[in-house]
Design a protein around this ligand. Structure first.
Ligand SMILES: Nc1ncnc2c1ncn2[C@@H]1O[C@H](COP(=O)(O)OP(=O)(O)OP(=O)(O)O)[C@@H](O)[C@H]1O
Ligand SMILES: [Mg+2]
Length: 379
């Protein structure tokens, strides 16, 4: 059965960043948001992302999303998945109260329940850190993706991180103040870390394997001349005779003395590595700007197909500044791969530039918004 296609049909924003009041109806295929710098293009993508993921992709601080001087903001949108009925998502933000999220009029008690229901893939300049940044940025990319298709993975991660924080705080108080070490407590932490860590490492191995297969079919669609490889290297090496859980416990026990000296936990999935290689060289160290961008685009498309496979739903694509750093040849390849019946949003400061990058604008598949006019119409 072919996967359904997720759509956002409409969006309204009230006191959301630069938008005092705006309402938009989107096209089912390609939506272009154009306008000069500061016109409000990225803000529209942030609003859609907030409805799908409870927060913006640019900031964790909801207060930044409220228009200057406003005490409250509201974003709402109607999502639709093929023949199924519409779902209305509403977010109410306030400077003084916790944010409130409603789906079809009912307030969500657990906001994490929203994750994965309205799948969205977002590619923004901030995502450059996935290939350029430190290992933690790559772990976050994969953790976010795997959590969307597997809530129990997210639960294991949350539990692991909670215990890790407690263990580190205990180690730290020994290292800094010389407080007495509670070995029993450390052992109890280690058992829990090994349990949850084993789930994390096992699932990362499985999901990464599938992600890699998908990415290896996508990259050559965008770039034929180079070989792209990726690897997952868990920090804990498992011996043939032991389980992952036993291996993590063994490593935690044997690193206890070093951990006490350093005041932190030096082994476990929080040290796992995800690595990308282009023509056998590590991308992070040697890649050019355009090479980084093209791998990032391939990763994002792979993210989309991965979500589609597990959720049986094609996600919405939010593409902010898609073509920067890319030459015309690569851009044209990307457009060909994208226009496959998906709903996509592309921002640009210049429509002529989009045409130059190979996008045909005068078809009924394309809906064009002038961000400046959205703002002007808000009176
Ligand atoms: N909380 C806020 N309240 C009011 N205005 C804001 C707020 N946060 C940001 N802005 C302003 O909103 C405007 C639109 O920002 P946005 O990032 O959407 O522009 P853009 O069209 O994507 O621009 P660019 O082409 O430079 O990426 C900017 O002038 C920005 O300074
Ligand atoms: Mg922008």
């Amino acid at each position: 059965m072919p996967a359904r296609c997720m759509l956002i049909k409409s969006l309204s924003m009230k006191n959301f960043r630069v938008y005092e009041h705006a309402a938009l109806s989107f096209g089912e295929k390609t939506n272009i948001l154009f306008g000069e710098n500061g016109a409000g293009k990225t803000t529209v993508l942030e609003a859609i992302h907030s409805l799908a993921y409870t927060r913006s992709f640019k900031t964790y601080l909801d207060g930044e999303l409220l228009s200057y001087g406003s005490a409250e903001a509201r974003v709402s949108g109607n999502f639709k998945s093929d023949k199924k009925r519409d779902h209305r998502v509403e977010i109410a933000l306030s400077r003084t109260k916790p944010k409130k999220i409603k789906v079809n009029g009912a307030t969500l008690t657990n906001q994490a329940d929203l994750i994965g229901r309205f799948p969205v893939v977002c590619l923004a300049p901030e995502d450059g850190i996935i290939t350029l940044g430190s290992p933690v940025n790559r772990r976050q990319f994969f953790d976010k993706l795997f959590s969307q298709v597997d809530p129990s993975y997210l639960t294991a991660l949350q539990l692991y991180n909670r215990v890790l924080k407690q263990r580190n705080s205990h180690l730290n108080s020994f290292a800094v103040t010389g407080a007495v070490v509670d070995r029993g407590l450390l052992e109890a932490f280690d058992v829990q870390l090994a349990q949850q860590g084993a789930i994390i490492q096992q699932r990362r191995t499985e999901y990464f394997q599938r992600f890699k297969e998908i990415a290896y079919t996508i990259y050559p669609e965008l770039e034929q001349g180079k070989s792209f490889k990726m690897a997952y290297t868990p920090a804990v090496k498992v011996k043939p005779e032991e389980s992952i859980q036993q291996a993590i416990l063994r490593e935690l026990t044997s690193s206890q003395a070093a951990d006490l000296r350093r005041g932190t936990t030096t082994i476990g999935p929080q040290r796992d590595l995800f690595l990308f290689y282009l023509n056998r060289q590590e991308l992070r160290k040697y890649g050019s700007k355009g090479e980084h961008k093209l791998v990032l685009v391939a990763l994002k498309f792979a993210e989309g197909r991965f979500l589609e496979e597990f959720l049986q739903e094609k996600p919405i694509y939010l593409l902010d500044d898609l073509f920067s750093e890319l030459d015309i040849k690569r851009s044209t390849q990307i457009i060909e791969s994208l226009q496959q019946g998906l709903q996509i949003f592309i921002t640009s400061t210049d429509l002529a530039d989009l045409r130059r990058h190979g996008l045909t604008l005068d078809t009924d598949q394309i809906t064009i918004f002038d961000a400046g006019k959205i703002r002007d119409a808000q009176a």
